[in-house]
Design a protein around this ligand. Structure first.
Ligand code: HEC
Ligand code: HEC
Length: 368
């Protein structure tokens, strides 16, 4: 009976904005569901600012961005309210100035324990067909649900976070403006994840010197950079690195899972991190990881899923050596001779991918 009365009370409070009716018995729990229809909802489409040489930005039909949606996602992304003790936000491990990474091999979450892998850059993330190093999330909306309940990262529970958001006037207005919901009871994890995904799709980097020179015909590469560019883009062979085979322009990434030879293993099962194989269950995926974007690589180190390389020199030494043997190493990781001049040239080219403006876009910064 008690429950039924509570339910009636809730309906009444939605309908009349009041707590209970005269003949209803006193209700012990506070009623948290409130009507939001008095708050503004005037959706306006959000236009993602992508450079001309990028393909149209993909967004799911079920989550087309609005100005208010991106703004809500931005608030959530920077707000420690999503962690159990309100101590860390998404941005604690994804800092704009570091290409939305944290420049650590593994990141301390709220209890100080470190994440198993290195934080990832979020630049141009809308173009990916899967998320995480092992691609275990198929959409950004789904990915956004994980950090909150990850015991190493934010260590909260969604019901707890949903309550916090329902009890926050700021967020009541934000969710109403973004999604046109009619009462606070509709605020949930799925809408929060949608808003975060809308915001993350706005993290775009396509205006580095490489882009200006190549697509806007604005400026020139130095001879050193140009020689590095040629090495980067040449087809892989015993003389050439063939980096572009797995880091394709203009995103310098690849949605495939590949083994670039950083781990050695005599058998299919011997990798210290199975990577994609642990998700797909296919042993021939063991030791494979998503090939990440090299945009802003100057500021996103240390490198690889476990942050094992501190510098680009170490990365180049790795590829030049041909990597470590394992049954799933990619045949394109062949090794190649690397003279001092070629090393400097490749580094110089990689540094043309730094898009300084993308690291400080005001609309993507902490709204405070
Ligand atoms: C404690 C640090 C930490 C926090 C907090 C954190 N992340 Fe991450 N994030 C990581 C790590 C580490 C990975 C890679 C994990 C893996 O692949 O196993 C990652 C991966 C991602 C990816 C996948 C990127 C790609 O290229 O596939 C996205 C998107 C992302 N995080 C968004 C978020 C959002 C949104 C939040 C807040 C709700 C958040 N992160 C909170 C550390 C963190
Ligand atoms: C066979 C495909 C393949 C080739 C060829 C290749 N890469 Fe990679 N690259 C990958 C994969 C896969 C990763 C992620 C590996 C991991 O972390 O386990 C990666 C990671 C990297 C990273 C680290 C990125 C980060 O965010 O941590 C850098 C830098 C890099 N590659 C540069 C290069 C350069 C320079 C070349 C040419 C010399 C090259 N790659 C050739 C597949 C490849």
């Amino acid at each position: 009976m008690q429950l039924r009365h509570l339910f009636i009370g809730l309906i009444a409070s939605i309908a009349f904005g009041a707590c209970g009716t005269d003949d209803a018995p006193p209700i012990e729990e506070p009623i948290t569901i409130r009507s939001l229809t008095n708050l503004p909802y005037a959706p306006e489409a959000y236009t993602y600012k992508i450079p001309d040489h990028f393909q149209e930005l993909p967004q799911p039909d079920s989550n087309i961005a609005t100005v208010a949606g991106v703004e809500l996602g931005r608030r959530l992304f920077y707000d420690p309210i999503l962690s159990r003790d309100s101590s860390i936000s998404c941005a604690s491990c994804h800092l704009p100035a570091s290409g939305f990474t944290d420049q650590l091999a593994s990141s301390p979450g709220i209890i100080g324990e470190k994440t198993l892998r290195s934080s990832m850059s979020l630049a141009n993330i809308a173009y990916q067909s899967s998320y995480f190093w092992d691609g275990r999330s198929a959409t950004l909306e789904e990915q956004s649900l994980h950090p909150v309940e990850d015991p190493i990262e934010m260590d909260a529970t969604w019901p707890e976070i949903e309550d916090r958001l329902r009890n926050s006037e700021k967020y009541n207005a934000g969710f109403r403006a973004a999604f046109g919901i009619e009462n606070t009871g509709e605020i949930d994890r799925y809408l929060a994840a949608k808003a975060i995904a809308q915001f993350e799709r706005a993290i775009i980097s396509g205006n580095s010197r490489y882009d200006q020179i190549t697509f806007e015909l604005n400026g020139f590469f130095t001879q050193l950079e140009e020689d590095g560019r040629e090495l980067f883009f040449t087809e892989p062979s015993l003389d050439h690195p063939g980096c572009a085979h797995c880091h394709n322009a203009p995103l310098f990434a690849d949605n495939r899972f590949l083994n670039n030879g950083i781990d050695s293993s005599e058998t299919l099962e011997g990798f210290s991190d199975l990577g994609r194989g642990a998700i797909s269950g296919n042993p021939f995926d063991n030791g494979k990881f998503r090939s990440p974007s090299l945009r802003n690589i100057e500021v996103t180190g240390p490198y690889m899923h476990d942050g094992r390389f501190e510098t680009l020199d170490e990365v180049l030494d790795h590829y030049a050596s041909g990597g470590h043997y394992s049954p799933t190493i990619d045949p394109q990781v062949t090794g190649f001779p690397l003279s001092d001049y070629e090393r400097e040239a490749m580094k110089a080219f990689l540094l043309t991918l730094t898009d300084t403006a993308s690291l400080t876009i005001p609309e993507l910064s902490d709204p405070g």
